[in-house]
Ligand binder design. Structure first.
Ligand SMILES: NC(=O)c1ccc[n+]([C@@H]2O[C@H](COP(=O)([O-])OP(=O)(O)OC[C@H]3O[C@@H](n4cnc5c(N)ncnc54)[C@H](O)[C@@H]3O)[C@@H](O)[C@H]2O)c1
Ligand SMILES: OC[C@H](O)C(O)[C@@H](O)CO
Ligand SMILES: [Zn+2]
Ligand SMILES: [Zn+2]
Length: 384
């Protein structure tokens, strides 16, 4: 039982908010009609294609959102290309996209907090919200065992024109925050959750490993949080150049495949010039995690946001003898309001992360650009 704002209560099963199950795959070259509810789906045959679906009707406690901006996440590409992330396996057609913002088109029964035309960022991991669920009850709802995460199989994503959403999992966008910025609140929420739980404090010297979208939003967040100095690493100079443009004061280290993690850590330490208190690890790659661990001072924290191989080795004795804590982040909880405030207040500027823009009808091309490293994409946005 969930109480919606305004006192309306409903038995609330997030699985019932699944988008309309009917869809038709468009043939290659077939033009979708301009009034259709189109979406980009991936499937177990590693195809990505447009589909047409009916326009859904909001039920009690739901709203219909016209999705205006969606960013492509590495996990969308991964589900398409590799068919699984850990235990989440693509067994059927599945809608992509979970970094979205839009405009409310219709409100369902009992929805009092939203009206048609309101601009919102969509929080796309919808937990069960049942009092019997410990994770939900204590506010660590990213750990809800019954979470519906749109775009993670079997739940269709928000890369679509019209999407049904539970009213209480939307966040109002102030006038000075665009739909694109609203959609970028999703990767930013990942970084903010990690930074919050890493215990990072004003003036802390840190290293960020990996300068992909997650490393870069972590860089923006860490800079806003007052970390200094900040060292960022990557295997590619182009990504480090991007980081330097984004935050000119950042120090960069190009990772060499010829150096061991210990040797690499020495380069990071020399670049930092002061002992490092925190690592925000944003690759999930074993060698990079080792490098981050060897870069740390006694009592430091290695905070792992990246995800990678199911089983990995750890430099156990180095961790133990240096009391280095290792922690992990899984998605986020309670970060959207903060992300929106930081963007609206001008403390974090996510706009430069968008390198490519496509129309919804061009979503398949957008995926090909996002998946091709030679295109130099950081964040590909799909706008409608
Ligand atoms: N914890 C979560 O909830 C969560 C949420 C979103 C993404 N992620 C994960 O975060 C990670 C980063 O996401 P992204 O979108 O930025 O991915 P990405 O692949 O675009 O970026 C990763 C970057 O790390 C660099 N890299 C790879 N190996 C490296 C090494 N040994 N040393 C230094 N840099 C190295 C790559 O060149 C790349 O620029 C991924 O593992 C992703 O799955 C986690
Ligand atoms: O941004 C959130 C992440 O992409 C998701 O956790 C994804 O990796 C799996 O659902
Ligand atoms: Zn994501
Ligand atoms: Zn729950």
């Amino acid at each position: 039982m969930t109480t919606f704002e305004g006192g309306f209560t409903a038995v609330y099963n997030p699985r019932q908010i699944l988008d309309h199950p009917e869809f038709r795959v468009l043939q290659p070259g077939e033009k979708p009609s301009s009034s259709a509810n189109i979406a980009a789906f991936y499937n177990p045959a590693h195809e990505i294609h447009l589909v047409e679906k009916p326009r859904p009707k909001p039920g009690p406690g739901q709203v219909l959102v016209h999705v205006r901006a969606t960013g492509i996440c590495g996990s969308d590409v991964h589900f398409w290309k590799h068919g699984a992330i850990g235990p989440m396996i693509v067994t059927d057609e599945c809608g992509s996209g979970h970094e979205s913002a839009g405009e409310i088109l219709e409100v369902g029964e009992g929805v009092t907090q939203w009206k048609v035309g309101d601009r919102v960022a969509m929080e796309n991991g919808v937990p069960c919200s049942q009092p019997s669920c410990d994770a939900c009850r204590i506010g660590r709802y990213n750990g809800c065992p019954n979470v519906v995460f749109f775009s993670t199989p079997p739940f269709h994503g928000t890369l679509t024109r019209w999407h049904l959403h539970p009213a209480q999992w939307l966040h109002r966008l102030p006038d000075n925050v665009s739909f694109e910025e609203g959609s970028l609140c999703e990767p930013l929420a990942v970084a903010l959750a990690g930074i919050e739980r890493s215990g990072l404090r004003l003036g802390d010297p840190i290293v960020i490993c990996g300068a992909g979208p997650i490393g870069l939003v972590s860089l923006l967040g860490a800079r806003a949080a007052g970390a200094e100095p900040i060292v960022i690493t990557d295997l590619f100079q182009s990504r480090l150049d991007f980081a330097k443009k984004l935050v000119p004061g950042v120090r960069t280290v190009l990772i060499s495949r010829n150096l061991s993690p210990k040797e690499q850590a020495e380069v990071i330490k020399q670049t930092a010039e002061v002992p490092l208190k925190v690592a925000l690890e944003c690759t999930g790659v074993e060698s990079s995690i080792h490098t981050s661990i060897y870069s740390m001072e006694f009592g430091a924290k290695v905070f792992i946001i990246g995800v990678g191989k199911s089983e990995q080795n750890f430099p156990f004795m180095h961790l133990s003898a240096n009391e280095i804590d290792v922690s992990f982040q899984y998605r986020y909880a309670n970060q959207y309001p903060k992300a929106i405030r930081l963007i609206s207040g001008g403390l974090i500027d996510v706009k430069p992360l968008v390198t490519h823009r496509f129309k919804l009808e061009e979503a398949v091309s957008a995926f090909h650009v996002a998946a091709d490293p030679t295109q130099g994409a950081i964040k590909v946005q799909i706008l409608d």
